[in-house]
Design a protein. Structure first.
Length: 293
């Protein structure tokens, strides 16, 4: 069954169904790119529909790294922001069309909605353009490990208990990202590399660090309780691979701040890739973080 997201806002489904001519040309050109193929790619927190989404870099990454499986681990479209103000440039439309093209060309694409795209939870069990929408998934790696795939917002007490506070925090976060864009424009003129203000603040603010640690432990413990060897999530915009109480905790990061993805090699090895800042304009290969499992 093919389903569109008319429920979000009038006219939105058109962005998913009929690509503009320039979008089609862009996607056809992308297929000519060559790069390393992976068994599985996990990405989350794209936040399409916001100025902070780094859609051009994401398109370059997807072009360079085809896969057999692609998991969209929540907050793909930012419904919260789109309800407040419509923002949908061509590059965001190109990302959607690229994902649909992946599915049409035989890649298994699984979409696990998050809190910012919670409207998609009304379509659980359906498909649109070959992309399956599920509340959660279990991915079995090539070496036999079972990974629980969730967005992670159900483990966020702020989201579950005080949604108004989450919206307030979302506005503050958008302001930080806007300030970050101005800072990086100036850094670019000075020949300095990309730097994330919000990521820096997360590393330095004690309460943020405590929140991240508590979140990671809660997710890992629930995965263990369910009998899985690992978990893949997003939500907190912090890419990580580490063992927590004999459970492999993997967070694939985001495409607003860190430009990161979790990938599975054909031998089952998992690795975080961080797309280099220069890749947005030059199309070079991603820089691999020295983190694998």
């Amino acid at each position: 069954m093919r389903t569109t997201f008319d429920a979000l806002t009038p006219g939105f489904s058109a962005s998913f169904n009929q690509p503009a001519p320039e979008a089609t040309d862009t996607l056809q050109n992308e297929e000519e790119g060559e790069g390393q193929r992976f068994r599985t790619v996990f990405i989350s927190d794209l936040h399409l529909g916001t100025p902070g989404c780094q859609a051009v870099a994401l398109l370059d990454f997807l072009k360079t790294h085809p896969s057999d499986y692609l998991y969209l681990v929540g907050d793909i479209v930012d419904g919260w922001q789109l309800r407040r103000k419509w923002f949908w440039p061509q590059s965001h439309n190109d990302v959607v069309q690229k994902l649909l093209r992946r599915a049409r060309k035989g890649c298994t694409v699984v979409y696990v909605p998050g809190n910012h795209d919670e409207f998609a939870r009304g379509f659980l069990g359906h498909q649109f353009g070959g992309i399956e929408v599920v509340e959660e998934a279990v991915h079995t790696t090539a070496d036999g490990r079972r990974l629980w795939v969730i967005h992670g917002d159900y483990f966020d007490g702020v989201i579950q208990c005080a949604k108004w506070l989450a919206y307030l925090g979302d506005n503050a976060y958008e302001f930080t990202l806007k300030l970050n864009r101005y800072l990086n424009n100036m850094r670019g003129r000075l020949g300095l590399p990309y730097w994330s203000l919000s990521a820096y603040l997360k590393q330095k603010v004690k309460t943020a660090l405590n929140y991240v640690t508590d979140f990671e432990k809660a997710v890992a413990h629930e995965a263990k309780r369910r009998g899985h060897q690992g978990v893949v999530c997003g939500h907190i915009h912090r890419a990580e691979i580490r063992e927590i109480d004999d459970v492999l905790y993997c967070n694939d990061g985001d495409w607003v701040e860190s430009r990161t993805a979790l990938v599975e090699h054909y031998d089952g090895r998992l690795e975080l890739l961080e797309w280099a800042a220069h890749a947005e304009t030059t199309g070079r290969r991603a820089e691999e973080k020295v983190v694998s499992a």
